[in-house]
Design a protein around this ligand. Structure first.
Ligand SMILES: C[S@@+](CC[C@H](N)C(=O)[O-])C[C@H]1O[C@@H](n2cnc3c(N)ncnc32)[C@H](O)[C@@H]1O
Length: 273
């Protein structure tokens, strides 16, 4: 999210899919330059990082054996500047990006040109995927679209539609236990200030009530239920530990809280059939 201007206030209130999308598209268009400037080196132009803890796909193998990636057809949701998909392309996968923000995709094209590894990408929303059914072997997201959409079941159903039977869906999100704590990497962030079971979205809104940024919270059980309803079988839930020696702070993620509670959850599910 962009730095919150004085005219914008954080609140918790219901917000529709349409309003979430409008707000987040504008926010990510405005924030994209700062995001890439601040986190680009950490992500790596051809690098697959699953979250602020810095764990790499090359180390975790969430998507399977590296040899098996070669030749697989992959879609990344909320691909941003395409770093993860570019790493997959360097491993021989045919990876494609989808993102809501045109400015993020401009950064993707900039890095395509700089590295010579192009990630073909489209501007769109994860709740209406512009692809034929049974197209992909893997759909994944690293802190991409999932926590920004109101209609989570619509999105997970869309992922099931575009995956081939037996295909894999893997995604990282803010760990659900984190939602009951302030978005603060310091001592303030060690307090429980809201209920884990309160799904009311986090909204930054203008004085007139217009949403400027929206995040949606689901519990661990909610994600399992969404996956199950779309025909997925949950295979793994990774909760990466904060690495020794990592002092980097990213928003509410940092070493102080990172050593005590998980900041990231990575779900891995296979489509039955
Ligand atoms: C935290 S960034 C992560 C980007 C990239 N995965 C990375 O690791 O740098 C979240 C991305 O999700 C995108 N996004 C937000 N809502 C979306 C939606 N409904 N559909 C697709 N992408 C969305 C944003 O534009 C942004 O690029």
């Amino acid at each position: 999210m962009t730095t919150v201007p004085d005219s914008v206030h954080p609140v918790r209130r219901p917000v529709s899919e349409e309003d979430s999308r409008r707000a987040n598209r504008l926010d990510w268009d405005l924030y994209a330059d700062e995001y890439q400037r601040t986190h680009g080196d950490f992500l790596g132009d051809v690098g697959f990082v699953w979250g602020p803890e810095g764990h790499q796909e090359a180390e975790l193998g969430v998507l399977g054996e590296r040899e098996a990636l070669r030749g697989s057809v992959v879609l990344e949701l909320g691909s941003g500047a395409g770093q993860c998909s570019r790493w997959l392309r360097s491993q021989g996968a045919a990876a494609f990006g989808l993102d809501l923000s045109e400015r993020q995709l401009q950064h993707s094209r900039r890095i395509d040109e700089a590295t010579g590894i192009t990630v073909p990408s489209v501007c769109g929303t994860a709740t209406a995927l512009p692809f034929a059914s049974d197209t992909f072997d893997i759909v994944f997201s690293s802190f991409g679209a999932l926590q920004f959409v109101a209609e989570a079941q619509v999105m997970v159903d869309e992922v099931a539609r575009v995956l081939r039977p037996g295909g894999t869906f893997a995604f990282s999100v803010t760990h659900p236990v984190r939602w009951s704590m302030p978005d603060d990497a310091g001592p303030e962030g060690l307090r429980i200030t809201s209920s884990y079971w309160d799904r009311t979205p986090y909204v930054e809104e203008e004085d007139d009530g217009t949403p400027r940024y929206v995040e949606h919270h689901r519990t661990l059980g909610d994600w399992v239920a969404h996956l199950h309803a779309a025909g997925f079988v949950l295979r793994a839930l990774h909760e990466p530990q904060w690495p020794e020696g990592l002092d980097r702070v990213w928003g509410g993620w940092g070493p102080l809280r990172g050593r005590l509670v998980p900041g990231t959850a990575i779900f891995v599910a296979d489509l039955s059939g």
